[in-house]
Design a protein around this ligand. Structure first.
Ligand code: ADP
Ligand code: TYD
Length: 208
């Protein structure tokens, strides 16, 4: 029997535990025999990973907010064409660390209100939404200190500090209400295994 593909995304502020939970879920589903693609944005295909370096490394002010929306959307289009859609067609579970909801938040809210532009470009070039989005809700202060604990060249958005983290958290919760059919909220202020248990329960129900 061929299995139906499922497109799952994780969203939340920096340091909320998305990458950790995406990895744990992928391991769990593989143990149950599912074919899983674990991927991330920006990135997830060769071309999109190149764009990732352009947007997350170097001087962030060299892109206007509008150009940044184009770059994130270009990366997403490539990722969708080359990685996500072929995997879903083959019946796989695609687990993606961030997707279009992150653009609605970061590019849509962080430098003025550009949500309309993000949505217009999304409906032109991307069209697709995930089957289910797990929002890991997290205290902004804790999220920031966890994110700061990881050193690296990609400091871009963490650098905006606590005010942006608070704004993004509120924005994600509002987005979860706006798209309540596909969003599930999980409390990230707990140990990894407790969070993972909730995530597994939610996703297992969706796969049934
Ligand atoms: P994100 O992808 O949302 O930025 P990560 O999964 O990379 O978050 O987690 C950020 C940091 O916090 C990592 O060092 C990770 O090991 C740690 N971490 C993740 N989940 C938890 C948790 N539930 N409790 C404590 N630390 C965590
Ligand atoms: P990510 O690697 O998920 O960072 P973190 O693990 O800290 O959450 O994403 C890198 C940064 O890219 C993050 O600060 C959010 C930002 N981002 C956008 O601004 N727009 C987008 O569309 C996406 C997908 C990410």
């Amino acid at each position: 029997m061929t299995q139906r593909g499922l497109f799952l995304t994780f969203e939340g502020i920096d340091g909320s535990g998305k990458s950790t939970q995406a990895r744990m879920l992928a391991e769990h589903l593989r143990e149950t025999g599912r074919d899983v693609i674990l991927t991330r944005e920006p990135g997830g295909s060769a071309g999109a990973e190149e764009i990732r370096s352009l947007v997350l490394e170097g001087d962030p002010d060299r892109w206007s907010a509008e150009t940044e929306i184009l770059l994130f959307t270009a990366a997403r289009r490539d990722h969708l064409e080359r990685t996500i859609e072929p995997a879903l067609t083959a019946g796989k579970v695609v687990i993606c660390d961030r997707f279009a909801d992150s653009t609605r938040m970061y590019q849509g809210l962080s430098r003025g209100d550009l949500r309309g532009l993000v949505d217009q470009l999304h409906s032109l070039m991307i069209k697709r939404e995930p089957d289910m989005t797990v929002l890991i809700d997290m205290d902004p202060h804790t999220g920031l200190s966890r994110a700061k604990g990881r050193q690296g060249a990609e400091e871009r958005f963490e650098d905006f500090g606590p005010a942006l983290q608070r704004k993004m958290r509120a924005g994600f919760l509002a987005l979860a209400e706006e798209f309540s059919d596909r969003f599930r909220i999980v409390d990230g202020n707990r140990d990894m295994d407790s969070v993972a248990r909730d995530v597994t329960k939610i996703v297992t129900a969706a796969l049934r």
